[in-house]
Design a protein around this ligand. Structure first.
Ligand code: ADP
Length: 320
């Protein structure tokens, strides 16, 4: 193998730059040429590709977002678009690709491998919704961003004696809500994976108020069965406590990556290069029990994500 490419695809996440840097530097260290493919699979179709030097990835490890930019590409899913991408790969002499992105991007990586282009996937998403890995690149930064927001909201919540619903991202996965909620001492955590009762949320609010508590934070995952406005209305009607809503949105996708995400991304980027050099294809890189590991992409994507029930149970015990 002489030349590899790297791209970021789908939703961006903090730490993608650290992963790109690791792929480029580990690749060059191992005597490979490395090219950067811009805007995910769109750049692959359009030939938006440039050679990466050691200096191309200087000064990016601490930056959020992705220097290669990212995109969602409908064209790549079509036969015609996919063929164009294969042609570009041939013309540029690319012999292996590292794809950094979420589950959709990993499906694309699998398709490239099937077509004979060895491709390795790295989990780049804040959602932590991939079952095969304990953590995805960007999750730790996202929960720290949420934690910071919770502390700020708690200050003003205390001053006014209000309850606050903080809605966080994660699509169908409640991990951001669960981890940030536990770390931030949220009074209630509502996740898509668990049934919840408004009456229980109200009971906690009333009990807290009677104990002299001046604030209350309810963390709501965006994938939960009810939205913030419906929940706030019900709580106000049932308790008379004023409820304010904060929807954190894309603030969670940005920011300088934490040390954990930078280290994870660096290890995973380097592992991807090792796998390509070893002649592997269609592997998804992850971390399990503090060990960097790799699985067949199809196998990785077929695993069902399970919420950490012990952690959820703990939040209930500690927030009484
Ligand atoms: P994420 O990677 O963050 O989950 P998407 O699901 O939007 O984001 O996927 C990113 C891109 O990956 C898509 O725009 C598309 O180009 C490609 N992709 C997604 N699913 C497939 C698939 N089944 N086959 C080929 N490419 C896919």
């Amino acid at each position: 193998m002489k030349k590899i490419g790297v791209l970021t695809s789908g939703g961006d996440s903090p730490g993608m730059n650290a992963a790109i840097r690791a792929v480029v530097r580990a690749g060059i260290y191992n005597g490979l040429k490395v090219v950067g493919i811009k805007r995910g699979y769109e750049g692959l179709i359009n030939g938006d590709i440039e050679e990466m030097k050691l200096s191309s990835v200087a000064d990016i490890i601490h930056r959020g977002g992705t220097m290669l930019r990212t995109a969602r590409s409908e064209a790549f899913k079509t036969e015609e678009g996919f063929k164009k991408a294969l042609n570009v790969i041939k013309i540029f002499g690319i012999e292996g690709i590292v794809v950094i992105g979420g589950d959709g991007s990993l499906k694309g990586a699998e398709r490239l491998s099937q077509a004979g282009i060895p491709t390795i996937g790295l989990p780049g998403t804040i959602d932590n919704d991939l079952a095969y890995t304990d953590y995805t690149i960007g999750f730790d930064t996202a929960i720290n961003t949420v934690l910071h927001a919770i502390s700020n909201i708690r200050d003003t919540s205390t001053s006014h004696g209000r309850a606050n619903i903080v809605e966080v991202m994660g699509r169908h996965c409640g991990d951001i809500a669960l981890y940030a909620g536990l770390a931030g001492g949220a009074e209630s955590i509502i996740v898509p994976e668990e049934e919840f009762s408004i009456d229980e949320v109200c009971k906690r609010l009333i009990q807290g108020k009677n104990r002299g508590k001046l604030h209350s934070i309810i963390i709501l995952a965006e994938g939960a069965s009810k939205n913030s406005y419906a929940i706030a209305k019900e709580i106000e009607e049932k308790t008379g406590i004023e409820v304010r809503i904060t929807i954190l949105g894309h603030i969670q996708r940005g920011g300088s990556p934490t040390a954990f995400d930078r280290i994870l991304a660096s290890q995973m980027g380097s592992k991807a290069v090792d796998l390509l050099i070893q002649g592997k294809k269609s592997r998804a890189v992850g971390i399990k029990g503090n060990e960097i590991c790799d699985f067949d992409i199809l196998e990785a994507l077929s695993m069902k994500k399970k919420m950490n029930k012990d952690l959820y149970a703990l939040t209930k015990i500690l927030s009484i």
